[in-house]
Ligand binder design. Structure first.
Ligand code: NAD
Length: 513
């Protein structure tokens, strides 16, 4: 059984200062970095550095891609039945080791344990979907398309696939990619976030234990150097990226310029519209949960509540009333509901939106700096900004922290315009008791994922996840049916098995009748 990969600071190979090395995983083995460059990994709850992650050179990325390329031929030949069996084995192992993965997430990302367990559970759903790969890859067949001629379609893997993932879901977002990619018969090189890389290495060990052949799944750690090497590598056929919008745009442009298939999911600014007929208590619970869960470090976090008409005062009062009860603390403390932010720099940047918001005319109704737990952790208490307007930085930027903005509009049409004028289009939600208005919202709104009285509408695994506009570059959403499509190429076969006795030379264009 795979040994639990302990949090870096607890590892036996930690140095005297409790800083453990975090290596690449290439061709079924841990490979120490040779570039001479490492990056710090922190426990955000203590502010202490616990790990030093290798940052790959171009040569190390090439080694991982070569390993994946060498494994591709035999992996794509593995029968569908065996691939399904392996996916089931992976599912069982991830399920059994869920708590350990979650602890790694808490130790490097900072989210609270219950949230980390939720992350692994949502990732598991994508693995479970991939267990149905024999059904998902079924093609079509037309018998007698022409006399004696049959036509059928098949889907085949694209080859070596690279995945580049963000810090905020260090286990789930990689699962969105590698589970369908491997099930389809591709081999994989993962470049996880350098801020919380350990879950990826633990995953690699679990895949090996499940029976996935060496070279099929590789992990290279790194920064822009590693990403650029993947983008330019001639043997990488497709690339999935999830991260911030500026990087997503540049990954899409560079990857496609190098002839690759690319899906690049970017950042977000998610609006939650509350109509005057909404259930105020339910809307307040939803806004608080979706804004401050995971300290706001979710691409589907609610960042702005758009209050329509007279709902503003009672809704703001209900939200304010809930804030002092949110328990902020170390993610391993079962009492904590919200953990720290991922780095000190990010915490300071998020706090800066309170100053800029106030300077630009917003009213601070709750200032998280006043309720931040003591100590060196990267904590920030929950904040609420009222009277936010579209030109403020606190509205224009994603923030990605525990700061909820409130905007007040007079009508549904004004709320809709606000969302549709925003450059992002990831998730959005409407809270109302009026089915007709909700249906109109679903029809009108420019966003890829819509919640009706549901604040975080992350699609279940048998639908696909993806935003619109600046929240997604490329044609394909991720996981679900679009994921299967992205990781495969179509082929259509036209076939005749003629009776040799009837064969003749015919130079005419083939006819279908
Ligand atoms: P990020 O864009 O900084 O990093 C994402 C990945 O890109 C990391 O692996 C990182 O190492 C790499 N990277 C960073 N800078 C790079 C550069 N200059 N060139 C090449 N590669 C680079 O994002 P993050 O801070 O890790 O994650 C948070 C962001 O991800 C937020 O914007 C969030 O909305 C977004 N996100 C989006 C989704 C979605 O599904 N749309 C899901 C999760 C997170």
């Amino acid at each position: 059984m795979t040994e639990l990969a302990p949090a870096p600071g607890e590892r036996a190979d930690s140095n005297g200062a409790g800083i453990a090395p975090i290596h690449h995983w290439i061709d079924g083995a841990s490979v120490a970095g040779a570039s001479g460059r490492v990056g710090p990994v922190f426990n955000p709850a203590t502010g202490r550095q616990t790990g030093a992650v290798d940052l790959a050179s171009v040569e190390e990325v090439d080694r991982a891609v070569r390993s994946a390329k060498a494994a591709f031929g035999s992996w794509r030949s593995v029968s569908l039945g065996r691939r399904a069996e392996l996916m089931f084995a992976i599912r069982e192992l991830v399920h059994a080791r869920k708590a350990e993965i979650a602890k790694l997430l808490v130790a490097e990302h900072g989210k609270v344990l219950s949230d980390a367990l939720g992350e692994v559970t949502r990732g598991l759903e994508v693995i479970e979907y991939a267990c149905g790969i024999p059904t998902l890859l079924k093609g079509e067949f037309s018998e007698q398309a022409s006399t004696g001629v049959d036509v059928y379609s098949i889907r085949q893997p694209v080859g070596v696939v690279a995945g580049i993932t963000p810090f905020n879901f260090p286990a789930m977002v990689p699962m969105w990619m590698w589970a369908p990619a491997l099930a389809c018969g591709n081999t994989f090189v993962l470049k996880p976030s350098e801020k919380d890389p350990s879950a990826s290495i633990f995953t690699a060990q679990l895949l090996q234990e499940a029976g996935v052949p060496d070279g099929v799944f590789n992990v290279v750690h790194g920064d822009k150097v590693a990403v650029d090497a993947l983008l330019e590598h001639p043997d990488v056929a497709a690339l999935s990226f999830v991260g911030s919008t500026p990087i997503a745009r540049s990954i899409y442009e560079t990857g496609t310029r190098h002839g690759k298939r690319v899906q690049a999911l970017g950042g977000a600014k998610n609006h939650m519209v509350v109509l005057p007929d909404a259930d105020i208590e339910m809307a307040a619970d939803a806004a608080v949960s979706a804004a401050y869960g995971s300290a706001g470090e979710r691409c589907m976090a609610v960042s702005v509540v758009v209050c329509v008409g007279e709902v503003a005062e009672p809704l703001i009062a209900a939200i304010r009333e809930r804030l002092p009860r949110i328990r902020v603390g170390d993610g391993m403390d079962p009492a904590s509901e919200m953990g720290p932010l991922v780095t000190r720099e990010h915490r300071d940047k998020v706090a800066g939106y309170l100053d800029s918001g106030a300077a630009q005319g917003a009213r601070i109704l709750a200032d998280g700096r006043e309720t931040t737990p003591a100590g060196d952790g990267f904590f920030l208490g929950v904040s609420l900004l009222d009277e936010v307007t579209p030109e403020m930085d606190a509205y224009r930027d994603e923030i990605f922290g525990p700061v909820l903005g409130v905007m007040r509009v007079a009508t549904y049409d004004e709320a809709l315009r606000l969302i549709n004028d925003n450059p992002y289009g990831n998730g959005t939600a409407i809270f109302t008791r009026d089915g007709g208005v909700a249906r109109q919202f679903q029809f009108d709104v420019e966003a890829g994922m819509v919640g009706i009285n549901v604040p975080i509408p992350v699609p279940v695994a048998y639908y696909s996840f993806g935003g619109w506009n600046a929240s997604l570059f490329g044609d394909s959403h991720i996981y679900g049916p679009e994921g299967i499509h992205f990781y495969t190429r179509g082929k259509v076969v036209t076939s005749r098995w003629p009776d040799p006795a009837t064969s003749t030379v015919d130079l005419g264009f083939p006819q279908t009748r």
